[in-house]
Design a protein around this ligand. Structure first.
Ligand code: RET
Length: 250
């Protein structure tokens, strides 16, 4: 008896709600970008692109694009009869990984420019971040446990590199800035690290162990995505607009 794990009505409606939130916040961020002087505009443009990619990705998922089935073979062993073989098919929303591979580097760039991180450290953070997302996508399509959790482990190691760049090098760089920027970087980078750390946990119970339903996965990522993109974006841009000295030096 094969098992199918797929989204229901609740999941689908959630995808549409987030799609609309991403569209509206993108419009707001582009409008805010027009209203600041060009020297201050880099953060606005970066942040507007982040929610634009998310809007496109949610539009894809809500309309049924960017979704594939991953097949895992399950063998039940039994002493008296031949082994029973069945398959579990679970939806993988791969549009997410395309979104994340573009938007998480841009989010890191927002934070790196705020802190004044060096070029070399920015590159290390962004490359590690791309490796994290791509290994996560391979993990989601893994066809047996060793392969799936192997990819996941590589992704977690890459994530530690990202954390190190933000928490240590980012903080050290921000220490050289004015008091307001330093405090703001500490707050928004801390918010980011807490949120980002929840993603691999959701992944572990949803795509990984397959304990959480597809709807539960959609709702969890929806909450995280809204916090990590629109809420992060409004916080960054409103704070930045009210400060004189946080213009990135590029
Ligand atoms: C994966 C699985 C592999 C290991 C790790 C992961 C981390 C993902 C993260 C995603 C962040 C996404 C954001 C989206 C914004 O909308 C790929 C789940 C560590 C941190 C911020």
């Amino acid at each position: 008896e094969n098992v199918y794990q797929k989204a229901g009505d609740v999941g689908n409606r959630t995808l549409w709600v987030v799609c609309v939130i991403m569209a509206l916040s993108s419009i707001a961020f582009y409008a805010m970008a027009f209203r600041v002087p060009v020297q201050k505009r880099l953060f606005h443009i970066l942040t507007a692109f982040i929610t634009t990619f998310a809007f496109l990705s949610y539009f894809a998922m809500a309309t049924g694009d960017g979704i594939a089935y991953n097949q895992v073979k399950v063998v039940e062993q039994n002493k008296h009869v031949p082994d029973i073989v069945h398959y579990v098919y679970r939806q993988v929303y791969y549009a997410r990984y395309i979104d994340w591979s573009l938007t998480t580097p841009l989010l890191l760039l927002d934070l790196a420019l705020l802190a004044g991180l060096s070029g070399a450290n920015i590159l290390v953070a962004i490359i590690a971040d791309i490796i994290m997302i791509l290994t996560g996508m391979f993990a989601a399509f893994g066809s047996h446990d060793g392969q799936k959790w192997g990819w996941y482990a590589f992704g977690c190691i890459a994530y530690l590199v990202v954390v190190y760049q933000l928490a240590f090098n980012g903080r050290a760089a921000a220490a050289g800035k004015d008091g307001k920027t330093k405090a703001f970087f500490g707050a928004i980078a801390g918010f980011t690290l807490i949120l980002w750390t929840i993603y691999p946990i959701i992944w572990g119970v949803a795509d990984g162990a397959r304990v959480a339903s597809v709807d539960a996965e959609i709702i969890s990522y929806a909450v995280l995505d809204v916090l990590a993109k629109p809420v992060f974006g409004f916080w960054l841009l409103f704070t930045h607009d009210s400060m004189a000295s946080t213009s990135p030096s590029v």
